[in-house]
Each structure stands twice: as structure tokens, then as C-alpha cells.
Design a protein around this ligand. Structure first.
Ligand code: F6R
Length: 608
């Protein structure tokens, strides 16, 4: 969480910092600030609230300078108010600091620093860093940073500037993402590539446990022992237009509408030469994959829902026993993992702290980790033995949409691949699956054409207090995902449940005011689900059903029905979730909420 940026060069420093912060705002948006050095003055502008308020403040009280740092915050320690907003300053107001991460030993450090006379102005854990730097500042900013990182436990990435060292930004990273870039005249640092995309076309992925010193056209990277580290820049693969809303009112809606194209590209890539192509970075040999007797998938949130679908299809196509764990549970539960277990991580951002910890848990036990990841060069990418790239493109909206369906389709290809290897999927069956998958992006397009009908349903229910989402089999995960989408952006209490389990408790919630979203496309559990819908009707609940085109039985039992095209059962979770994404979006928009920046959330959950 939190986005950090820094820039040194001839451009207008505050506007470069603001531009970068806008593109990193998805990482956190409860407060923001910048610090610039101009001659021998350190100037800070910071404000609790949205980034637009910082922009306003800078318009009212302009600043200029030779270099600067900026921050957009997702609060962990200390409520969003001015004293807790970064940049944070040392006692002498000589050093300014922006931090992303968590300092786990901050209370001990704070006690020690206070005993030495340091005055803390914030309740943040990060503030200890700037006072530790201050302790050794007589040795210069770089050396002070080097001595500071040795004292910190937790995960962090930070950037610091100091009056008197007006030409350099000094940064450090340990287990939190940070990239930098430079050319002949300027240099920048940011939490991720999107922060620098408009200026640089090459970036350096700063190695873990490094200190970076950036100047106008210079960049040196040292390890924590102070030795120079060699790095190779990589091309920036995204363009400004990829992270722009275009004509859409929200990133979420844009990303929902991007799904046909994203899914088409994945299917094309993964089926080229009529073979399953999982990509060059799978890095696990056929022999290694054949040996697997069990798969353990661990992920969080929406990616965990994709994992639930992964379990069904891997077990169905490849007959490999598959378990799915929430990463924050997996990492602490001392799971039984034997040599033939393949551990998988699924993550859009590749930076989710609990998922990284789960991956490390597996590595400690010398197990292979295969990750399904969207952001290349993220921590999960770098720490896995092999990856399957999600290929969803940058996802900015906090509520994940296109990454979810892209995760499912990649897991589908993995399941087919393993099924072929183990002899459970014949050539003819593979052909049939390919045909069904090729048809799927167009089917998604057809569902998007129902947007206005879905908006009408949203109008009807945008003032409901509660929602229930029910599904069975593969679409149990769809029910969970539909409920998560709705609650996270509309703040309506929404519960996702396995429909067969409803009578063991949640049925008590149903009355004549309760909208119940019932996901019931044609499937092996169709009749069972229809019975559950009847149970809802019998309690005067209001069923809003997702049905296969032409299905009159579920439609007849429901107050509202949204049709999806007929498809293979294993494709139905991809199609069924599209109306639920739109429903959640429209309800939140009708309630006048900030769809892309839901309260208390951030796109990349880099804290435990
Ligand atoms: C919900 C959502 C989150 C993420 C979760 C894991 O819309 O986006 O639940 O899915 O925080 O994130 P990644 O996939 O980046 O590990």
C-alpha cells in the first residue's frame, strides 16, 4: 500500500511528482504530500484526503525546486490527518522522507529515539526511519540510510532528501516494491512503473535489500553492505493510454469492457500452433509436472475466488487433488506439504504480503512454486520457480474485474495442460475446449450489450440494505465474487454462499426485502440450484438470476433474469460474473460513491 515517488531533473518538479502520484493513487488515497528542496529550503505540502486536494493546495501555495519526493497514503498506523501524512521530517526539518511498508519494530525504536531526545510528530510507524537517519546524518544521507536499514525489521521502500545534499535522492528497499530510472539529465524513483511511464521508457527493478542514489542523470545502486550492484534496465511495456480512463467514467467500467479483448488475446496466445502454450516462464519441466500428486493454491480476495474455480477445473481435467487456501490462513497453519506438492500463488499485483509469505513458506520447505501473476517483475514473479502471466494488462480500478476473468482462463489452460500430460484429456477433447474458449470472448461481448438492463436492475436495488448471492459448484465462487464486488464498492452488506448450505443458516435472513442473486447457468447442478431458488421464493425473497439464454424454468422462478449465452460448464464462471461486475458498478455509481477508490481499500495490499 502507499505509493512513493521521487524526481530530480530540469522539469517542473512538483508537477512531475503530482503526475506520478496520480498514477500511483490506486495504491492508497487517504492523504498525500510532496517535499521539494529549493536552494537551501525544504518545502512541504501535504493534506489529508484525496490527491485532488493536494493539487488544489499546490495551486494555492505553489512550490518549485531542484528535486523532490511524494507520497500517496493508505493508513496503517495513525488516522489520515496532516501530522500522519508523508513526507515526514526529522527534528531539525532538514531531512524529508516518504515510506511504503510496515516497520514491525517501530515501538522499540521509538522508545530508544525518544530517550535520546527525538520528538515524534506522528503516530506512524514510518517516522522512526527519519529520526534514525537524523542520528547519523553527519555521515551524509547515503551512509545514514545505510546505517538505518540495518535497524529496521518489517518490509519497506523509502525515499529521502536532505537540505545541503540538493542533488540527490537516496532510496532503500527491503521486501517492498521500488523501481528507478534515469537518463542523461534526470532520474526518478517510484513504487511501480506506472509512476514514471510518461517520462522514461526504461526502468530498473531495484534488487531487494538495496540503496539507490539518484542524481541528475546518475544512478548508483548499492547493497546493504555498501557494495555496488549491477542491474539491467528493462523496457517499459505499458503506455500512458493503458492507464488512462479514456471515455469511461471509471477505471472499473473501462476494465469490465476490456474483458473481451483481454480474454481474446489470452486465448490466442495460449493456443498458438494448436498446442497449449503456458509461456516461456513456466520453467517447470514436463517431468516435474508429471510428478505432482497434489496442488495447493493460495491467494487472497478475488484471486482466491479464481483459485476456487482453479480447484474444480484442475481436479476435473487433470485429476490432481487440489486444495485452495486463503494466504493469510495458509501461512500460519503449518500445512502438510510433501515433496510432490506443487504450491501455487495467484495474484494480480504480485505484491500481496500474505501471498508472498505463503510462497516463502513453501520455499522454506523446498517446494516448487508456480504463480499466476499479472504484474511482471513483481515480488511474486521474482520469487517463484515459474510463472504463468495473467496478461490482463494494467488494472487500476481497486475492484478487480478483468484480472479475475483472466486468472480463470489461465487456470483453465493450466488444467488442460496437466490433463493432457497425465492422459486425462484427449486430443479431440482438447480441440473442443479450444473451440469453446475461442468463442468465449465474443460471448462476453454479448453480455456487455445487456448493460442497460443491468443498470435498470441496479436502480431498483441500489437502496437495499443487504444482498445474498448464491451459487453451486463452479459458480459458488461466482456468488462469492459477486458479493465481494458489491460490498467493497457500494458498502452494501452482501453475503456470498454455497446455495446448498443456505438452509443451514443464512435462509433466516431472507424476507420480502432481500434481493438474492442466484447464479444458475446450465450445469451439472442446475436442478439443485433451481430447488434453492424455489426455497428463496417460498420465503418471499427476490431472486435475480443469471440464467442460460432460453432457460425458461429459472427465469420463470425469478423476479429478474439476466441471460448469458450457452457455454461449456467450465466457462460459465467467466460469463456469469460479468453481469455481477456491472451490477456492483452501477449500484455504487447510483449511490454516488467513488467506484475506483472505495473507502479503506487499496489496490495492492502490501501489509499483512
Ligand atoms: C477485490 C480485490 C482484492 C484482491 C486481493 C488480492 O476486488 O481486488 O480482493 O483480489 O487483495 O490481490 P492480488 O490479486 O493483487 O494478490
Amino acid at each position: 500500500m502507499c505509493g512513493i515517488v521521487g524526481y530530480v531533473g530540469a522539469r517542473n518538479v512538483p508537477s512531475v511528482l503530482l503526475g506520478s502520484l496520480w498514477r500511483l493513487e490506486y495504491r492508497g488515497y487517504d492523504s498525500s504530500g510532496i517535499a521539494v528542496i529549493s536552494n537551501s529550503e525544504l518545502i512541504v505540502r501535504k493534506v489529508p484526503g484525496k490527491l485532488s486536494e493536494l493539487e488544489e493546495l499546490i495551486k494555492r501555495k505553489p512550490v518549485s525546486g531542484e528535486l523532490g519526493i511524494g507520497h500517496t497514503r493508505w493508513a496503517t498506523h495513525g488516522v489520515p490527518q496532516e501530522n500522519n501524512t508523508h513526507p515526514l521530517l526529522d527534528c531539525n526539518e532538514e531531512v524529508a522522507l516518504v515510506v511504503n511498508g510496515i516497520i514491525e519494530n517501530y515501538l522499540t525504536l521509538k522508545d530508544e529515539l525518544e530517550a535520546k531526545g527525538h520528538i515524534f510528530r506522528s503516530l506512524t510507524d514510518s517516522e522512526v526511519i527519519v529520526h534514525l537517519i537524523e542520528q547519523n546524518i553527519s555521515k551524509g544521507l547515503t551512509e545514514a540510510v545505510r546505517l538505518t536499514v540495518k535497524k529496521l525489521t518489517g518490509n519497506f521502500a523509502f525515499a529521502a532528501i536532505r537540505i545541503g545534499e540538493n542533488k540527490e535522492i537516496v532510496c532503500a528497499r527491503h521486501d517492498a516494491p521500488l523501481i528507478c530510472c534515469y537518463n542523461a539529465e534526470e532520474a526518478a524513483v517510484a513504487s511501480d512503473t506506472s509512476g514514471v511511464v510518461s517520462i522514461f521508457d526504461e526502468v530498473i527493478d531495484i534488487p531487494n535489500d538495496s540503496i539507490v542514489i539518484l542524481g541528475r542523470g546518475t544512478c548508483s545502486i548499492l547493497n546493504f553492505q555498501g557494495r555496488e550492484t549491477k542491474t539491467t534496465p528493462r523496457k517499459v511495456m505499458i503506455e500512458v493510454k493503458d492507464i488512462d480512463k479514456g471515455h469511461f467514467p471509471t477505471f472499473m467500467l473501462k476494465e469490465i469492457y476490456e474483458q473481451p479483448k483481454v480474454l481474446h488475446n489470452i486465448v490466442k496466445e495460449r493456443t498458438s500452433d494448436s498446442q497449449i502454450q503456458l509461456g516461456a516462464e513456466l520453467s517447470l519441466s514436463e517431468a516435474e509436472l508429471k510428478k505432482i500428486s497434489r496442488i495447493l493454491i493460495q491467494a487472497c480476495g478475488t484471486s482466491w475466488h479464481a483459485g476456487l474455480i482453479g480447484k474444480y477445473i484442475i481436479e476435473k481435467f487433470a485429476r490432481i487433488h487440489t486444495e485452495v487456501d486463503i494466504s493469510s490462513e495458509f501461512r500460519y497453519r503449518d500445512a502438510v506439504l510433501d515433496n510432490d506438492t506443487l504450491v501455487m500463488a495467484i495474484s494480480q499485483s504480485g505484491e500481496t504480503a500474505d501471498t508472498i509469505a505463503g510462497l516463502r513458506e513453501a520455499k522454506v520447505k523446498f517446494l516448487k512454486v508456480l504463480s499466476v501473476v499479472n504484474v511482471l517483475q513483481s515480488s511474486i514473479h521474482r520469487e517463484s520457480d515459474g510463472i504463468i502471466e495473467i496478461m490482463a494488462g494494467p488494472e487500476i480500478g481497486v475492484a478487480s474485474t478483468k484480472a479475475y476473468t483472466a486468472e480463470i482462463v489461465n487456470l483453465y489452460f493450466l488444467a488442460l495442460y496437466l490433463g493432457r500430460l497425465r492422459g486425462f484429456v484427449s486430443k479431440t477433447q482438447l480441440k473442443e475446449h479450444f473451440a469453446a474458449l475461442m468463442e468465449m470472448p465474443d460471448q462476453v461481448e454479448q453480455i456487455l450489450r445487456l448493460d442497460n438492463d443491468i443498470k435498470d436492475i441496479a436502480k431498483e436495488f441500489c437502496n437495499s440494505r443487504d444482498f445474498l448471492f448464491l451459487g453451486r459448484g463452479l459458480n459458488y465462487a461466482t456468488a462469492l465474487e459477486g458479493a465481494l464486488k458489491l460490498k467493497e464498492i457500494s458498502y452494501i452488506n452482501a453475503t456470498g454462499y454455497a446455495a446448498g448450505e443456505m438452509k443451514h443458516g443464512p435462509i433466516a435472513l431472507i424476507d420480502d426485502k432481500m434481493p438474492v442473486v442466484c447464479v444458475n447457468p446450465r450445469s451439472s447442478v442446475y436442478d439443485k440450484m433451481l430447488n434453492n431458488i424455489q426455497e428463496v421464493v417460498a420465503r418471499k425473497g427476490i431472486p435475480i438470476s443469471i440464467v442460460t439464454k432460453g432457460d425458461q424454468r429459472t427465469r420463470g422462478a425469478s423476479k429478474y433474469a439476466i441471460s448469458i449465452p450457452a457455454c461449456h460448464e467450465c466457462i460459465s464462471p467467466i460469463l456469469s460474473v460479468i453481469p455481477l461486475q456491472l451490477l456492483a458498478h452501477h449500484i455504487a455509481a447510483l449511490k454516488g460513491l467513488d467506484v475506483d477508490r472505495p473507502r479503506n481499500l487499496a489496490k495492492s495490499v502490501t501489509v499483512e
